[in-house]
Design a protein around this ligand. Structure first.
Ligand code: GRF
Length: 189
């Protein structure tokens, strides 16, 4: 039986799209049971609808927990989910929550590092490589065990926007690969 994934997102959902495409192309053997967005205007909700995936706009964590439990989810993927989850939520799904972050953790991560800011900070610092990280979610933001990372080189004329675009491309690759790996290994306890 296919493993069941829930994707939580707050924005555009290009990472969600990468997962949808891999499932459709049978590169990822899983089913996206539902998408939850905590922002009503998240384009991720549209992507879910277009692909006949159940989608919910939910802000309340207890409600999220209830719906996730109703669907017997094997893996929760935070794909651009801009809300720090409570310890209670994380404990409920211990070892079953993945997050994607647009830098090479432990650089440019933690509280306040999200979206374009991550790339602005990397460029201000002057790093010559950046990248993306997929990790398990634990109670401290962006600090759980790393599953996969991929680096990108920073060009002379790089801007935060161009870096974001470049990193997003590798995010899509390693997010799908990480999901495959975790579903195969059975998650981390
Ligand atoms: C990605 O850069 C992700 O790493 C970060 O938020 C962004 C979401 O992009 N946490 P999208 O909504 O998947 O297009």
């Amino acid at each position: 039986m296919s493993k069941k994934i829930a994707v939580l997102a707050s924005g555009s959902g290009s990472n969600l799209q990468a997962i949808i495409d891999s499932v459709r192309e049978e590169k990822l053997e899983a089913e996206i049971s539902l998408v939850i967005a905590n922002k009503i205007d998240a384009y991720a909700l549209e992507r879910a609808k277009k692909n006949n995936i159940k989608s919910y706009f939910i802000k309340d964590e207890d409600e999220m927990i209830k719906i996730l439990n109703q669907h017997n989810i094997d893996l929760i993927v935070l794909a651009g989910f801009l809300k720090i989850l409570s310890e209670e939520f994380i404990q409920q799904f211990q070892g079953k929550i993945l997050n994607i972050h647009p830098s090479l953790i432990p650089s440019f991560c933690g509280k306040g590092y999200y979206g374009l800011k991550v790339h602005q900070k990397a460029l201000e610092y002057g790093v010559k490589v950046s990248g993306a990280t997929v990790h398990f979610v634990t109670k401290d933001p962006d600090s759980g065990p790393i599953i996969m990372q991929k680096a990108v080189y920073i060009d002379e004329d790089e801007t935060a926007e161009s870096l974001q675009k470049k990193v997003l491309k590798v995010e899509h690759e390693i997010l799908v690969e990480s999901i495959k790996k975790v579903l195969k290994d059975g998650g981390k306890k």
